[in-house]
Design a protein. Sequence first.
Length: 233
Amino acid sequence: MVNIDEAIIAKYESHGEHFEILVDPDLAAEFRNPDGEDVAVEDLLAVEEIFKDSKKGDKASGEAMEKIFETTDPIEVSKLILEKGTVQLTADQKRKMQEDKRKLIINKIAKEAINPQNGLPHPAQRIENAINETKMRVDPFISVDEQVLTALKFIKPLIPIRFEKVKMAVRLPSTASGNIYNTMAPFGKILNEEWQKNGSLILVIEIAGGLQKEFASKMAEISGGEAEVKNIQ
């Protein structure tokens, strides 16, 4: 548990009732981040108490908690406060969370989108420059997937870009086909596979357009440079 002196307040108001809990600022931010790691409520509380006014030390009544949350369990109530209420993050915390989320958004677009003029992915720096030019506001508490769609709307007037799936055919020697399904899984969906008499394997896989270079590089790595990779779409 965090020291009470270092804790911040998370609060929730409903139907005239006010509730506060004292939480670790970093763990509370991680808990509320839809793209963050799972955090146990018990780990982020400074004290397992629900307050009406934490600064005065006034505790919330069981009647009020039962009325609003239908439970008086401090862990369950704390979880609901964190999910539905507000957390008083510091300016530095919020700035860092926004920057971390911005990087995730840029990286996802760079990996999954292409320039329709040449079928190739845009460099991450070009995407970042376009987002910066639009002055798009990144919300640390909204998921990357949701904000990627927003970012695309912002930057489409500036650079030609769209999400597109492509089909890649790859021929791998027998020496590289042993653990191929685990290797392929992060890239996309295998559409077809054909084992050759010499033990080599031919696969057709559908991947995000922006992953073409990364995919070809990975195939070369696992095959010692012997893989044959081709865009067939």
